[in-house]
Design a protein around this ligand. Structure first.
Ligand code: HEM
Length: 431
């Protein structure tokens, strides 16, 4: 673990969470433009971010902020077309050294992962694990996903409130991850726990920095052992670890690079799908006529799944770094500048999605949402995520008349992962 994130880095990250410069109480339309700091978790937690984005799309779509002492100056892209142009152009916009604004706080010792690499290394590593989620394998997994969904939904209590996030969303995404890693099923909750450790500052999990390092060490130890065990001639298993262990391009990865890529695969498939699964229930509750539309016409499920993902946008942005001086929307961006592509804003861009702030399950261009990104880094697990969500809605419609959300959802304080921690639901079975 010599290259694991260091203790100072963790302390910096905690400071960053404690001292946002833009607050949920501020009026998004009155704040001086230069004071708007979108990398502020609390505005997402309070669901104020949409107003900030709306204002920037109208008044300053390529926005510069340089007052956040922790993460330094950065540009924000808020319009659909600008985001797509930058995301599609890896020649001018690098994913190195990092795809998050706050990662600089972790110092230079971040574990390398292919989402934060440029070609050719990115392409080789992505290519190594792609068979785990390709359409052929997914067809095989379809039945298993359904079986697990049925098991979990058959167990939910009816007529009494329970936390949908814990009971359904986390459980189903964890089971799926265990399959993709071929991880011991009874120990599957470790995967989710490690994912939370990776994405959440220890203070928010009630852990010390030392605890966090110990958990990451256990994660590395477990995976290193599995990597060694699965590295043998003739191993044709399609799980992530066997694929990395037996591809000549990745078989010699050192411990830190292995940890980085496994972190990516755990986190990539975990929070994102989990939060879409929870948010969908909330959106259907808040929009009963759309839910009725779905019940009346189940062939709308795939389109509803895309609309859920657009409306939630589980990853609010990806960051790029300019490789050369370049102009975007009339603004001069300098080589080395950080740029946040706010998918959360592009997905609400009224010039691309009419009535963008409305949840409409049969909108005509819904497949063109940007929550999976574009270009060479486009989400590798998009089909897995869509299959999980499609099946969960098919099975919900079979057994429940309505999923009633009671009380306010508890949301995550994060500007990168847009999520829900607690969603109290009463399941009303079909009569
Ligand atoms: C990349 C979103 C589910 C694995 C990405 C990116 C986004 C994203 C925005 C970066 C795209 C870019 O930079 O252009 C989502 C959403 C999901 C989801 C919204 C669910 C609704 C999954 C699942 C997995 C996964 C289920 C794994 C099983 C990955 C990986 C990458 C990635 C490995 C890196 C791809 C690369 O750099 O080439 N995802 N994701 N994601 N995602 Fe997902």
């Amino acid at each position: 673990m010599e290259n694991a994130p260091d203790q100072n880095a963790d302390q910096n990250l905690e400071e960053f969470y404690r001292s946002p410069t833009t607050t949920p109480e501020a009026d998004p339309w009155a704040l001086p433009l230069e004071d708007i700091d979108l990398a502020t978790g609390s505005i997402f937690q309070a669901q104020k971010h949409h107003e900030y984005f709306k204002r920037l799309r109208q008044e300053n779509p390529v926005h510069y902020h340089d007052k956040n002492p922790d993460i330094g100056p950065y540009w924000s892209l808020t319009r659909y077309e600008d985001i797509m142009a930058v995301d599609s152009d890896f020649q001018k916009f690098s994913s190195e050294p990092s795809i998050a604004l706050f990662d600089e706080l972790l110092g230079e010792e971040r574990a390398p992962m292919f989402i934060a690499m440029d070609p050719p290394k990115h392409d080789v590593q992505r290519g190594a694990v792609l068979p785990a989620v390709d359409p052929v394998r997914l067809k095989d997994l379809d039945q298993l996903i359904r079986q697990r969904t049925v098991e979990v939904l058959d167990e939910v209590p009816t007529g009494t409130p329970f936390n949908w996030v814990e009971t359904v969303s986390i459980e189903l995404t964890t089971r799926m991850l265990a399959t993709l890693f071929d991880f011991p099923f009874e120990e599957r909750h470790k995967l989710t726990y490690w994912s939370d450790i990776i994405t959440t500052p220890p203070i928010l999990m009630g852990l010390t920095i030392e605890d966090r390092l110990n958990h990451l060490a256990e994660c590395l130890q477990t995976f290193t052992a599995q990597f060694k065990e699965r590295k043998f001639e003739g191993n044709e298993s399609q799980d992530f670890i066997s694929l990395l262990a037996n591809n000549p391009a990745t078989a010699d990865m050192d411990g830190v690079e292995l940890l980085g890529n496994l972190m990516l695969l755990i986190v990539g498939g975990n929070d994102t799908t989990r939060n879409s699964m929870s948010a969908g229930v909330l959106f259907m509750h808040e929009n009963p006529s759309e839910f009725q539309k779905l019940k009346d016409n189940e062939s709308l499920i795939p389109s509803a799944v895309s609309e859920i993902i657009r409306y939630q946008t589980p990853l609010s942005y990806m960051r790029r770094t300019a490789k050369e001086d370049v102009e975007i929307g009339g603004k001069q961006i300098k080589q080395g500048d950080k740029i946040a592509m706010w998918y959360a804003s592009g997905n609400r861009d009224e010039s691309f999605f009419p009535d963008a702030d409305k949840f409409i399950i049969d909108r005509s261009n819904v497949r063109r949402h940007m929550a999976f990104g574009f270009g060479i880094h486009r989400c590798m697990g998009n089909r897995v995520a869509e299959a999980q969500l499609r099946i969960v809605w098919e099975e919900i419609l079979k057994r429940f008349d309505r999923l009633e959300v009671v009380g306010e959802p508890e949301r995550v304080e994060h500007s990168f992962v847009h999520g829900i921690k607690d969603l109290q639901v009463i399941a009303h079975p079909k009569g």
